[in-house]
Design a protein around this ligand. Structure first.
Ligand SMILES: CC(C)(COP(=O)(O)OP(=O)(O)OC[C@H]1O[C@@H](n2cnc3c(N)ncnc32)[C@H](O)[C@@H]1OP(=O)(O)O)[C@@H](O)C(=O)NCCC(=O)NCCS
Length: 178
């Protein structure tokens, strides 16, 4: 399977860099605050675990090659500091390319529109890559992440998956019929 490869993307305030192992050291600091795990679970990674994770993720696809892995580090263009990441996991479902989206912005940089701006650049690029459906899995009480999804044109569906609501948009913005 040939999956799209992440390329560098620019927004007004941020550059989105395709993830690489060398990002592990600075991202250990970005991912350290415990509040980041309030809705998703998990814990701050060590630099070694992040190097190992980034080594796997930067391959661009799952080991079985049944999913494409696209990851970008979000970096401010003024200070050049990394502030978070955006992510899309691609799969083929019913002959359509579907992208499961995720985002994280470190607390010091939150509530400035960073997640919405960076994720919008990712979505714009995904739309050039034959992606037909966008999807996100969000805890029902996770207001910030729900707002990011809304800003991207995703809408909540009735479907739940592991306690998370499934949000969707199809190309053209119509919500999925489930
Ligand atoms: C979710 C997250 C990425 C949002 O990042 P962000 O850069 O603050 O998001 P934005 O600044 O683009 O804000 C989007 C909207 O959410 C609102 N918002 C942000 N943080 C909020 C909060 N703590 N409570 C309520 N609303 C919040 C903003 O006001 C904005 O609303 P608007 O579109 O009406 O103006 C960030 O909180 C985060 O990284 N959380 C931890 C990781 C996580 O849970 N990721 C999502 C997994 S589904």
């Amino acid at each position: 399977m040939t999956w799209p490869r992440a390329i560098e993307l620019e927004t007004e305030r941020f550059s989105l860099e395709p993830l690489a192992v060398h990002h592990a050291v600075e991202m250990t600091t970005v991912l350290a605050p415990l509040s980041l795990y309030e809705y998703t679970g998990g814990e701050p990674p060590t630099v070694d675990s992040l190097r190992e994770r980034y080594g796997r993720q930067s391959a661009g696809h799952s080991p079985a090659d049944d999913a494409g892995w696209l990851n970008w580090i979000v970096r401010t263009t003024d200070t050049r500091g990394a502030i978070g990441y955006v992510q899309a996991t691609l799969t083929h479902e019913e002959d359509e390319l579907v992208a499961d989206l995720a985002w994280l912005i470190t607390p010091d940089a939150q509530r400035t529109g960073a997640a919405s701006e960076a994720a919008a650049a990712m979505v714009t690029w995904l739309n050039t890559q034959e992606v037909r459906r966008l999807r996100a899995f969000i805890r029902p009480n996770h207001r910030a992440s729900s707002r990011v999804a809304e800003n991207l044109g995703l809408r909540p569906t009735e479907a739940m998956h592991d306690g998370e609501r499934v949000w969707e948009a199809s190309r053209g913005g119509a919500p999925a019929n489930n």
